[in-house]
Design a protein around this ligand. Sequence first.
Ligand SMILES: [Ca+2]
Ligand SMILES: [Ca+2]
Length: 292
Amino acid sequence: MRHRSRRLETEATRLLLFAAALLLAALQGSPPASAASDPYADEVVSYTAGLQGGFGSGDLAVVLGPPQGAGLFQGSLDVVSLGLADAPGRGEIVLAFRDNRVVDGPGADLTVFENSFLEIGAGNLSAAPFAEPGLVSVSQDGQNWHVFSTCPIGDALAGPYWPGCAGIYPVLSDPTPATPPAWEQSTTPIEDLVGVPILDLIPPSGAPPAGAGGDSFDLAELGLGWARYVKIQSASFATGPVGANNAGFDLDAVVAIHSSPELAVPALSSAGRALVVLLVGALGAGLRRPGR
Ligand SMILES: [Ca+2]
Ligand SMILES: [Ca+2]
């Protein structure tokens, strides 16, 4: 009896060693775990151009990743133009965060980057922005939307600052280390940048305000702890001359100021999955044997 039980123990040990070897082989044969998550939006879920939109739509991926800001006095062309909202669902884009999600932290949680810029007025003083307002909504499931509804998107006369909308604050961040990272929120009110000698706002005589620019939003305003989807809807009006295909809100990028990475589970190769199936079978056979 004792002899039989010792033999079973040895068999169990061998089985465990075999199982460990199989698992190791399976994991070594698998591709590496997905790269560390980035704080930017990862996918364009949908895009519908409105009137005179479409610029940049040949490569919608330009709105993913970091913004390509061109500074206080120039708009980036690394954008997709939504066009004017001339019908429901038009002039609209929906993005998703996949390897991360936006989470509610202290203050603002995400920033939307357009390509607005400050005009230059009389006496080389900065003037109000050339802005193309956008209404921002967020969602956890892509179906139920929560709107930052303080944005007066339907009111062309609410300019030049349209508080609560995106598409107002110039973009001061690009992917180079010479500019602030995209998740560094600007805190200088846009009104304070208007009526200033432009030489005070650009190097070498001056400097732009701290922060990445763009327009930032706080999930706490909506009572949300996190969000995965961001929708931007263009206004139905333009503040300046409307071109052939570049009217309305021009999206550059969206970044999570407070970002939580999604857990990356190592993916198994097909060979690895086959080995795991064998392993489970072998374990099942080994467990059944003592009762045989
Ligand atoms: Ca991301
Ligand atoms: Ca917040």
